[in-house]
Design a protein. Structure first.
Lengths: 272, 232
């Protein structure tokens, strides 16, 4: 018998585990599932008035009807396309501004102030002006989204860039890195954690601004579908829209987090 | 160029000031090609300031004087200073184009063959510092500047690193300026030990085997201001 085996269990000193523990498979679905369960139970027991909030199964059958008629796909496609375009313009814009502002004092002096002002102005306050300038077409909607998206990308990339350890900059100087190599090897990878955090905010923000843009004046999109449902008092269609927005936001965030885990595999952090 | 590599490394009347504090005070120092000089001194004596001046890392510090160093200077810092987002081999050949094969050789030289694809975070402190050594030596420097490179390592690892550094220096023959506060490390590694005090050279000892090291050690400690009772 070994010495360890004879030792009583209580005498073994176990350090307290401070880490969050092993990863839970599909852990991000646990919270939403609990919400869904609560909603189902209250609807089934009649605790929830269907005129106030339709039951989950009504939402499902309504969604099925909407899919059958093709309305859901058309509107979803229109919405997704707007968000993609908004991201396609907003992400490069935010990244570029963050790089210029982060790498040069003059860039920061010129860029940072206006971005902070833009950040402080609510999106809805800009809408009248954007409508005057760009009309009520697709251009306006994509612009609203892009303007919303570039701010978190800028803020977090800029912050990530500025928090790159100055010792690495010194190292780059001693090994004689050129400007281009410095940006590729030190600046961009160093700012990547910040950029990806910005992306997480950006994808959810994009859906947020989409709602703003679509509810105001539109003939397609999930927002339009919901606004139309409001005039007819169809809570089930409104709920389909809300659930859809929620799912889209949730999955875009999960997608960014997946990229984050892959791209930042060099990091050993609490997330593990 | 053969003439270039035979050239002296010279520091003349070097003065460096931080505000009203003079850190280096008209300091003169010459290092021969291939010579291993250890720089001893208490904290604040100006050791690191001198090293940073030789490395050209003190552009924003006030002062004057002459610094004449070869074009190829490598620096090893106290922390390994590896880019955590670059794999080990990419760290070694950072800034060098098409040097992967040389980088691999260099890693093998420091005993890390096979770890090319590892992330720096996956290595121990000693291994990280070996990668930093490989990164310095792959550039074939004529002058190797080392700022307390083993200060953060445990005693056993430090002894191993001393042997490794001695072997590598014998192979590559760069001039070395090693900043340290460890008298025994200086004696174990250097051809010459220079003691810095208040920005000036306070003492100098050659280690050419003529004298007993205990005697040299005692003299160096005296120059560092360690009194008789404090010595062990």
């Amino acid at each position: 018998m070994t010495l360890v085996a004879t030792r009583p269990e209580a005498a073994v000193h176990r350090p307290k585990r401070l880490r969050p523990g092993p990863r839970i498979r599909l852990g991000f679905l646990v919270g939403p599932s609990l919400l869904l369960a609560l909603w189902s139970v209250t609807s089934a027991t009649g605790l929830l008035d269907p005129r106030f909030l339709s039951a989950p199964w009504t939402v499902v059958t309504t969604a099925a009807e909407l899919i059958e008629s093709g309305r859901l796909q058309d509107n979803l496609l229109a919405s997704v396309w707007r968000v993609l375009l908004g991201l396609a313009f907003g992400i490069p814009l935010g990244t570029l501004l963050a790089l210029v502002s982060g790498l040069s004092r003059w860039g920061e002096a010129v860029i940072d102030g206006p971005v902070q002002i833009k950040r402080a102005v609510p999106a809805l306050a800009l809408m009248p002006l954007l409508i005057l300038w760009l009309g009520i077409g697709e251009g306006m909607k994509v612009t609203v989204i892009a303007l919303g998206v570039f701010v978190p990308i800028y803020v977090h990339t800029h912050n990530g860039l500025r928090s790159i350890d100055s010792r690495y900059v010194e190292l780059a100087e001693t090994v004689g890195l050129g400007r281009g190599a410095f940006i590729r090897k030190v600046v961009l990878p160093g700012a990547l954690p910040g950029f990806l955090l910005g992306m997480r905010f950006a994808v959810t923000t994009a859906w947020l601004y989409l709602v703003v843009a679509e509810l105001i004046n539109s003939t397609t999109g999930i927002g339009y579908m919901m606004d139309l449902a409001r005039t007819y008092g169809q809570t089930d269609v409104i709920l389909v829209g809300i659930v859809l927005y929620g799912l889209l936001g949730l999955f875009s965030d999960a997608g960014v987090r997946l990229v984050e885990r892959r791209a930042l595999s060099w990091r050993r952090t609490l997330a593990g | 160029m053969a003439t270039d590599t035979r050239r002296l490394i010279r520091v003349e009347a070097l003065t460096r000031r931080y505000g009203s504090r003079t850190i280096l005070d008209r300091l003169d120092l010459e290092i021969e090609p291939g010579e291993f000089v250890a720089l001893l001194g208490q904290s604040g004596s100006g050791k690191s300031t001198l090293l940073r001046a030789l490395a050209g890392l003190d552009g924003d510090v006030a002062g004057d004087g002459l610094v004449d160093v070869p074009a190829q200077v490598s620096v090893v810092f106290q922390d390994a200073r590896l880019l955590p987002w670059q794999r080990v081999l990419d760290n070694v050949v950072l800034g060098l184009d098409g040097a992967a094969a040389r980088g691999r050789e260099s890693l093998a030289e420091v005993g890390l063959a096979g770890r090319e694809r590892a992330w720096p975070n996956e290595l121990s402190g000693g291994e990280q510092q070996r990668v930093a050594l490989a990164r310095s030596l792959v550039r074939e420097p004529r002058l190797l500047l080392a700022d307390e490179p083993f200060g953060a390592l445990d005693a056993l690892t430090r002894v191993r690193m001393h042997a490794l550094l001695r072997r590598l220096v014998e192979q590559h023959r760069p001039a070395v300026l090693l900043v340290t506060h460890d008298v025994d490390e200086a004696i174990a590694l250097a051809d010459r030990v220079v003691v810095l005090d208040h920005g000036r050279i306070a003492a100098e000892q050659r280690l050419d085997g003529g004298r007993h090291t205990t005697e040299i050690r005692a003299e160096l400690l005296r120059a560092l201001g360690v009194t008789g009772e404090e010595r062990t």
